[in-house]
Design a protein. Sequence first.
Length: 335
Amino acid sequence: WLPGWACSDTLCTMIQQLTILMYHYVRDAEATPYPGIKARSVGGFRGQIEYVLRHYEPIGAAELVRAVRDASFRLPRNAVLLTFDDGYRDHFENVLPILREHKLSGVFAPVARSVIEGRVLDVNKIHFILSATSDNVSRAVDELFSLVDRHRDAHGLRTNTEYWDELAHPNRFDPAEVIFIKRMLQRDLPEQLRAEITDELFRKYVTDDERVFAAELYMNRDELRAMIAAGMTVANHGYDHYWLASLPPHHQAEQIRRSMAFMADLGVDGCDWFMTYPYGSCNDSLLEILRTSGCCAGFTTRFAVATGEDCPLRLPRLDTNDLPTRADAEPVEYT
């Protein structure tokens, strides 16, 4: 791989096959005030790690860097890499002890703003709003429609029916109503308006003390440094957790620069670092910024096992829900 290399045209022949597993919340959600949060339970995580150890050969960041940079190096045929997005305290309290017990490492991607400014990410506000309204998600959709009606003229918004028809399509994990709320509040409404509406709903259904909530939800600097000292890798996840492909190049560059400054403060080397794209969102202008900034590999949310045909800056991942959570489970089709 060379700095001038065109990601879309070149095969990464060093990676024959690599399963990259993606995690977010790892907690026993039923024991929290928000049982509707979609989380991998701690027991389920332990069982999945035991399944992984039975069927895969785990690798760490150093092996992936070498696979991308050294044409003579080959990963094991059944290699697996563990990745954890968004920097939750779950990862420090629940994940780290299990990884250390099994002498494993992982790639952890905190969002700079949540740590530096004590802000709850909009994506997490939406998760907790949905959890708080999970007994009647149709009511949450109706309330969102009402808020859009209130702001339609001032922002030139489309009709509720137009938004619904375009966005309300279920995916592998969420029904249409949930996808609709997520897309409206994560991406499709104007940025200032979606933040305003999300904040209003978060205050109504969750809490009006955002800073305290953030301190409980995310790892702080000391905990992140302790993760690094324990052999874990910290990746870039953007400063604000934006859909990066929706931003102009100069704004993309600023997101990467500010997040790299945060990583440097934690002690992360600025050479051969990893990028984890918020929402899996990336485009050619972002990839060019990453190439010239020393990025070695990028993780998307595209569902697949990585092979030699995948660009190192666009590596796909499996979700934790795609593999069993018992060591004695029969291998699934992806294993």
